[in-house]
Design a protein around this ligand. Structure first.
Ligand SMILES: NC(=O)c1ccc[n+]([C@@H]2O[C@H](COP(=O)([O-])OP(=O)(O)OC[C@H]3O[C@@H](n4cnc5c(N)ncnc54)[C@H](O)[C@@H]3O)[C@@H](O)[C@H]2O)c1
Length: 274
């Protein structure tokens, strides 16, 4: 791995949504995209402004900051108008936005608060639709652009503590496919990266996260993928090297998604028998 990168994103311009602090997956993606030669804007919800961390990343990577609530059409439209003015047409978009309101408030799936549930879907899934739509309508997206959204295998399988976020990720991945079919005519591609459990603000906000992390780590032949390796994978998807890949859910999970059980877990369960 070259510390100076491979110039994979030289001359590419983009926007990265969702870097909150230096544990965020989007933060690692921004650092990797910078290393690979990209110029980009950073965007997050206005509430994140108070935390102040993002200005450090903006300074380090020489990126403009655009504050926008991804659930608000005017904010998102304004973001693309501004990024078009500052950077010109964009070659990539990274969507790393998610929040499970019921999950965060410890409301069990059996007793969902539906207003919170709608908010969860709006923030975590519909925001991708909204972002692509306004990027297109403002003319901010270049032909041949690449869009990546972050997902989790809870979209396909039931993880008891992931709850409503499994529904949100299933919708997110469906939006990836439905947009993908429409974007191909301009050579624009869109994919979801399904990432291992990662110790971030959103991740650790889930009850039982430590157990999910440990389970992933024990089951995956390569162990859990961290944010830095996710960022390296993501920059390949933003680069021209992957120009024929679209509408996919791509597992970046150390092999977790192909596993059933390991000898270690068999031994562990055997040893609990009386
Ligand atoms: N951490 C994990 O275990 C894990 C695993 C797989 C996928 N993911 C996904 O990765 C993505 C990034 O999450 P993360 O784990 O880096 O956590 P994070 O908390 O660092 O990032 C989540 C981001 O969403 C932003 N956000 C929330 N509401 C918003 C709104 N209304 N408008 C704009 N932005 C808003 C937050 O400010 C934050 O920056 C999410 O889609 C998450 O579901 C995370």
């Amino acid at each position: 791995m070259s510390r100076n990168g491979y110039g994979l994103l030289a001359r590419k311009r983009g926007i990265i949504f969702g870097a909150l602090n230096d544990r965020s997956i989007a933060w690692a993606i921004a650092e990797a995209a910078h290393r690979e030669g990209a110029r980009f804007a950073l965007s997050n919800a206005p509430v994140a402004r108070r935390l102040g961390a993002l200005s450090r990343l903006a300074e380090e990577t020489g990126s403009p900051l655009i504050w926008a609530d991804a659930t608000k059409d005017d904010d998102v439209r304004g973001t693309f108008e501004e990024s078009l003015r500052l950077l010109g047409p964009l070659d990539f978009i990274v969507h790393a936005i998610g929040m499970g309101v019921n999950v965060r408030k410890r409301r069990p799936y059996e007793k969902l608060n539906y207003e919170w549930y709608k908010k969860t879907l709006d923030i975590s899934a519909l925001s991708l639709h909204r972002i692509v739509r306004h990027a297109l309508e403002t003319g901010a997206l270049a032909d041949g652009a690449s869009i990546v959204a972050l997902s989790y295998i809870g979209a396909q399988r039931s993880f008891s503590k992931y709850q409503e976020m499994g529904d949100a990720k299933a919708l997110l991945e469906s939006i990836v496919r439905t947009w993908g079919a429409r974007l191909g005519a301009r050579g624009i591609r869109i994919n979801a990266v399904s990432q291992s459990p990662t110790r971030t603000t959103a991740g650790t906000g889930i009850a039982g996260f430590d157990a999910m992390f440990e389970y992933g780590s024990r089951l995956s032949p390569l162990g859990n993928a961290d944010a830095a390796s996710c960022a390296d994978y993501t920059v390949t998807l933003l680069s021209d090297l992957t120009r024929m890949v679209t509408m996919q859910t791509l597992y970046h999970d150390g092999g977790f998604s192909s596993m059933g059980i390991t000898d270690e877990i068999v031994r562990m369960l055997d040893s609990t028998k009386s």
